[in-house]
Design a binder for this molecule. Sequence first.
Ligand code: KIV
Length: 263
Amino acid sequence: MDATDKCAALRARKTEGPPIAALTAWDYPTARLLDESGVDLILVGDSLGMVVLGFPDTTHVTIEHMTHHVAAAARGCQRALLVGDLPIHSYDTDYATVRNAHLLIEAGAEAVKLEGGVEQAGKVKALTEEGIPVIGHVGMLPQRVVEEGGYRRKGRSAAELAILIEGASALENAGCFSIVLESVVQESARRITKQASVPTIGIGCGAGNCDGEIAVTSDVIGSYPWFVPPFAISHADVAGEIRKSVAAYIASCREATPSSASS
Ligand code: KIV
């Protein structure tokens, strides 16, 4: 299937189901394992700034970081739709948006994602006119963590919900084939999902309130123990397994006696 067919198939999941299962990846082995496991969509998210590059948040991620990691993930992804995140300041103008989205596509992404609501509609239109499929992202926006002074749940009042609905509807009308909802309170996530005619993909919105789920893979496999969002559900303890196997390796190195030492 080409990118257009994959996006159309994902869009149809809104009405036909089953719910979309999406995860993030940042390198070849992770993308390949996720793809072989049957995930529908792989996002090379700018969360890689935290879980791979060691920055305190996503505001340090550049388009160069993203193209490097998209290219690696693309080499491991055969079947799922591969989406590249546009990092902060890479879509400040329509011109920059289109130019940087093309860089992600050239690196191997089949679609791009950007954060924000009504204010991004013009950029989404510019991208879709270029034939680049776009996923929107409303609710808590990690690229705004510094200006907002932290990670706050969204959709907690009627006024906040109205802004989210207006944003989701502007993104959809501009051509987004799907919209990520992040850290939106459950009732509001359900309302946005009901109003949208494209699938919503939730993270931190509770189970069953969106048309699909996305998670940061290191949260799911337990490979980044230093920061785990409160809503994350781990299905493994990869960090624990790494620590155990490295301890065993170190012990085996220290037990071995070099032939020069015994002679
Ligand atoms: O960067 C990322 O991983 C994301 C997900 C949290 C949706 O944007």
